[in-house]
Ligand binder design. Sequence first.
Ligand code: PMP
Length: 387
Amino acid sequence: MNTSSDTGFRRAGRLDGIELSEIVQISERAAQLRAGGADIVALSTGEPDFPTPNHVIEAAHRAALAGQTRYPATAGTPALRAAIASDAGVEPANVIVSTGAKQVLAGAFLATLDPGDEVITTAPFWTSYADMVRLAGGVPVVLDCPGDQGFKLTPAQLEVAITPRTRWLLLNTPSNPTGAIYSQAELQALGAVLERHPHVWVISDEIYQHLAYVPFTPFVQAVPELANRTLIVNGVSKAYSMTGWRIGWGIGPAPLIKAMVAVQGQITSGACSIAQAAALAALTGPQDLLAERRDEMRARRDLVVAGLNAAGLDCALPDGAFYVFPKTPAQMSVDHEFCRYLLDNAGVALVPGRAFGMPGHLRLSFAYARQSLEEGIARIARTTAAL
Ligand code: PMP
C-alpha cells in the first residue's frame, strides 16, 4: 500500500478545519513519551478511573451467552428504551439509544440541520460540539462565557444571538470543561427568552448529571413548558464508568427521535446489543455506587483546587463534573505553549483552553487516582515556581 503523503487522496470539503481533537493529540503524545521511558502524569482525559461495576459486566456476559448477539432494534433494545423512558416519565417513542452520547448529538444535528442553520453554544465548550455542527453542515455560533460570569450563558447574550436561522441552543450542565451547573432560576431565565422564539429548540447535555456537588436541576424540570422542543442527552459513560461500552441516549419529542432513528439506521443500525444489556443492568441495578463515586470525586476536586491555587494558578471551585479550568500562569500565559512546556519539562499532560474555545486557561481532569493528582500538582507547582 502506498503510505507516502502523495497518494492523490482528497478530503471532503466538509472536513475543512476539522482535525483529531486536541485532547486526543495530547493523550497520544503523552503515551508516546511514556513508551519512550518518560515518567508521565496524564491528567488530560475525561474518563473515570473506576472500573465498570461487576454486576454490569456479568449482565453483558449473560446477554451474550443468551444469544443477544444479533442486530438490535435500531432505536435501542425495547428493555433499555423502556427503562430510560420510565425513569424520565416519557414513552419509549421519546427515547433513542445510540453509540455513546456523542452519537446522540451527531444524530440530532444530522437529522435537523440544513446548510447554514445555526446552533448557539457557549465557550468554553466540550471540544466536539462545534465540529459536529460543522460536519452536519451547520454553523456553530459560539458565545463567550468567561469565568466572571461563572462560565455560564446569560439571557441577554442568548437574546441577541438568536436569528431566524437558529435551530438549537446547546447547553451542557454540569459542564465539560468548567464544571459549571445552571441553577433552576438560571435555566428558567434562559427558558423565558426561548419562549419568545418558538423556532429555537434546546439540547441539554446532562451526561455529568450524577457528578454534581451542588443541587442539579435537569433542564425539563426547570422549564417543563419547553419539553416539547427539548432533547436531553445522557448516558452511562461517566456515571457508571462505562466509557468503552459506548451507550448514550436522547430523550425528546417523538418526531425528532424518529428522524434521529432514520439517521442511525443508515449509519450504525443501532448500538451494540451486549452493551445495551450492560447499560440496562447499570440503570436498574444498585445505585449506591453513584454517591460513593461522587463523594470520592468531590474529595479529589477539593484537593486539586487547593493545590493549584497554592501553586499560584487562579482556579475556581467547579460545581460538577471532574474537571477544573484554571487560568494559565501569568509568566507563560499562552495556554498551548504552557501545556507543551509542562509536558516536555515536567511530564504532566493537561489540555489548553483553546481546545474548548477559551484560550488562557488549562483543563485538568481529576478523574484520576489521588496519588497521580498529588504528583501532578507537585510538578505543576515546581514548574510554575521556576518560570
Ligand atoms: N458530552 C460531554 C459534555 C462529554 O464530556 C462527553 C465525553 N467526553 C460526551 C458528551 C460523550 O460521552 P459518550 O462517552 O457517551 O459518547
